[in-house]
Write a protein that binds this ligand. Structure first.
Ligand SMILES: C[S@@+](CC[C@H](N)C(=O)[O-])C[C@H]1O[C@@H](n2cnc3c(N)ncnc32)[C@H](O)[C@@H]1O
Length: 275
């Protein structure tokens, strides 16, 4: 995150007002997801993530998703949030359903114009089932990292596959772990630094657990909050997909379908379910 501007770290800034306890990764045990997006976070989510609502971000995202869902297709968004992607996707003619852990985020989605076009189910994306089949399942804006255990992430892939028609696609957008920025033997990487804000990522390379630490300063006062994630490698995601019966068909550096390279800081990956 080091070279990113403050605007570009909105995916993390949106959480920073809420102190959370660390969730240590536990081997072979599913961690019950904690809702980090309560009303306080949900109320400012759209403003804090304003750049992600920009047409130049959303339009190429929607172009890819519409192509994969097919004309008048059906799509399931895991971790739908306040409907940043789901609402404009429904406007483009795709039938959209969203699963979301946070009741507060769903309340904000339902308060928006056009919300009646998006069906929603409150629940955990690794286990909640919707009685429908979809041409496309997608999980964007780094949200796979909100599952803080490998078992949880594997379960998300299995749940995505369980909702897909044969031949359907699963799309994940997530950052590439920035371990090349962390010196050998160190745990910390400063990803944003301004006069009133310091953002530091902490990596545990043994467990793949990471925390984004957000420090806000007002005068002499400081406030810190820490958000847990599990960082995950592209090849590991491919293996999770294989376990769920899916095969990689695209890996792009972004929604503009540019090639994924050694310099890419994030990726949009597309897997196809057999059949
Ligand atoms: C970064 S936001 C993304 C929201 C939306 N997809 C977007 O692109 O704006 C992450 C979302 O994941 C949700 N979330 C986190 N863990 C979840 C889980 N286990 N099941 C379902 N949703 C979850 C959060 O409540 C939050 O709405």
């Amino acid at each position: 995150m080091g070279s990113r501007s403050r605007a570009k770290v909105r995916g993390r800034l949106r959480w920073r007002r809420k102190p959370v306890e660390r969730q240590r990764w536990r081997c072979h045990r599913r961690v019950v997801p904690t809702n980090q997006f309560d009303e306080r976070v949900a109320a400012t989510y759209d403003d804090d993530s304003a750049s992600m609502f920009a047409r130049e971000v959303l339009d190429p995202t929607l172009d890819v998703l519409v192509d994969l869902a097919g004309p008048a297709g059906a799509a399931l968004e895991l971790a739908v949030g306040t409907g940043r992607v789901a609402l404009p996707l429904a406007e483009r003619g795709v039938r959209v359903h969203g699963i979301e852990l946070s009741p507060a985020m769903l309340r904000h989605l339902h308060a928006k114009p056009g919300a009646e076009m998006v069906a929603t189910t409150e629940g955990d994306m690794s286990s909640t089932r919707v009685e429908d089949q979809f041409d496309l399942v997608y999980l964007v804006f780094n949200s796979i990292g909100n599952m803080t255990s490998q078992d949880g992430q594997v379960a998300v892939f299995a749940n995505a596959a369980a909702h897909l028609q044969p031949g359907g696609h699963f799309v994940v957008e997530v950052g590439v772990p920035r371990l090349q920025w962390v010196p050998v033997g160190e745990r910390f990487h400063v990803f944003a630094r301004t006069e009133d804000y310091l953002g530091v990522d902490e990596y545990d390379v043994v467990t793949q657990q990471m925390w984004s630490h957000h420090h806000d300063f007002t005068g002499d006062e400081g406030h810190r909050s820490s958000i847990p994630f599990r960082y995950v490698w592209p090849s590991e995601l491919d293996l999770m997909a294989r376990l769920a019966g899916m095969t990689l068909v695209h890996r792009w550096a972004g929604w503009d379908r540019s090639p994924f390279t050694a310099d890419s800081t994030s990726h949009v990956s597309v897997w196809r379910l057999a059949g």
